[in-house]
Design a binder for this molecule. Sequence first.
Ligand code: SF4
Length: 252
Amino acid sequence: MLRFDNIVFGPIHSRRLGASLGINLLPEHGKLCNFDCIYCECGWNKDGLGDRSMPQTEEAADALEKKLADCRKDGVHIDSITFSGHGEPTLNPCFPEIIERTVALRDRFYPDAKVSVLTNATTVVKTPVFEALRKVDNPIMKLDASSLEGVMLVNRPSGHYDLDAVISGLQRFEGDFVLQTMFLKSPQFDTSAASNLPVWMDIVRSLRPREIMVYTLDRETPEKDLVKFSVEEMTALVQPLIEEGFFIQIRG
Ligand code: SF4
């Protein structure tokens, strides 16, 4: 399973983001997420090894400053400073403060780089997180299923989850965000099902994200028996949205 040894790692090549310098605000030796997706590259939450310690603002900012200074000295190109790592980055209580420091460091060392956050969107309902995400260039928000039943099968949220509240939270971005949706089939859930896909498309139409990232399984997954879609299949499935003018990146 995917593991990062440092708070700041890379840059690694990302097809979507280019040379991406990663930031892991989650426990170094564990996984911390309020979802437990059947396809998570970090494995099941229960296998998170029990490490709950997360970097605080100074530690994260110091690590990023040092890495950016080293990269600039060595002439390393960076397209994006990307929050990802072992779980959901917005669960770090220092997330809003760390975003402020990151934007300032980006402006100082790599003014042309983007700041990107990969998030499962559950915390957009919290004003400090929403406001922090408004400050980054690429808030990349996950929405894998169009019903609470689907979310329960694919994302397996821990605790209370309110899909309507998350969609309302996403509305507040007024389209200025990237929507990310995993396309897969499991014995219980099929992204392309008539009960899911048309409703997902209507949610997309109501949110009008500036970009949509449709992707499928790539690495080892904790749940077995998952089936991926081909690029051709995904392209055919989202064709109505393409014809309506939505910008959709499809990644196999
Ligand atoms: S939201 Fe991301 S980190 Fe959390 S379980 Fe799902 S894939 Fe893993």
